[in-house]
Write a protein that binds this ligand. Sequence first.
Ligand code: SAM
Length: 285
Amino acid sequence: MTIKDTVRKYSQKLKFVTHIPAKEVEILIGYLLNKNNIWLHLNNNNEFTEEKELEKLVNKRATNYPLEYLIGKASFYGESFLVEEGVLIPRPETEFLVDNAIEILKNKENPVKVLEIGTGSGIISVMLAVLIKDIKIIAVDINEKALELAKKNAIKHKVEDKIEFRLSNLYENVHIDKEDKDIFMTISNPPYIKDSYNLPLNVKYEPSNALFGGVIGDELLKNIIEETANTKIEYLLCEMGYDQKSPLEKYFKAFDIKEYSFYKDYENFDRGFTVRFNIENKNKI
Ligand SMILES: C[S@@+](CC[C@H](N)C(=O)[O-])C[C@H]1O[C@@H](n2cnc3c(N)ncnc32)[C@H](O)[C@@H]1O
């Protein structure tokens, strides 16, 4: 069977799990043949010889298993990142968080130190390290598998010298009164979905400790805000759930905040915030 006919045949099996079944079959064929999309289109009358392998992948994908886990990669901010089961797949809306950080960091005198809480596959830290010349990043996570993957992504993008990966529950292993005292910004896309939320089938394959933020959902976000407010770190940038703007805005009132703003995602949902703390009045630690 030709590549073209194979795409047609196997697209049928995926039409209930994705709105781009043919495109996904092409991606799987490209993955098996180690060829890009342009090659596939130029050679789609070639005989396809890996049907058994393709069938296995398509059958797994038909159970809603994420395409990114099948092919071991995902794109973020125009770059390719390694992904694997047990670590969250990057989402396009997180690109806003990177953009907002860049806007602040590009005007800051270098060198600058940034902390990322919940680095997952490392996408945020790696992109900041790629885009900001003189930056040092401490990237923490509670998931050792995520830290290993993030390290691989840092190496893939040649920024491993700029990022220190650390196992830490929030600030637990961050020594803000000692060697880490000069952190300028904390950035985080923490778990923020409420525990009782019934996840869509495809998301169920992703690690729950990367998704669920507590009974209400914003508990971890609030911990991060409070713990950051207790330091001399000036900026906090976080992603959040579309319905968390109002409770978080109320929560901000408990802290000495100079200014804050919320941002929306590609679908116009509230998706995160930037907070600038008043650090002038704080005693040097
Ligand atoms: C929503 S994922 C974000 C991953 C990645 N930064 C991204 O944007 O794709 C949240 C990450 O936070 C980590 N995490 C959850 N609770 C944490 C905690 N208490 N301290 C540090 N990291 C935590 C999870 O393991 C997961 O990797």
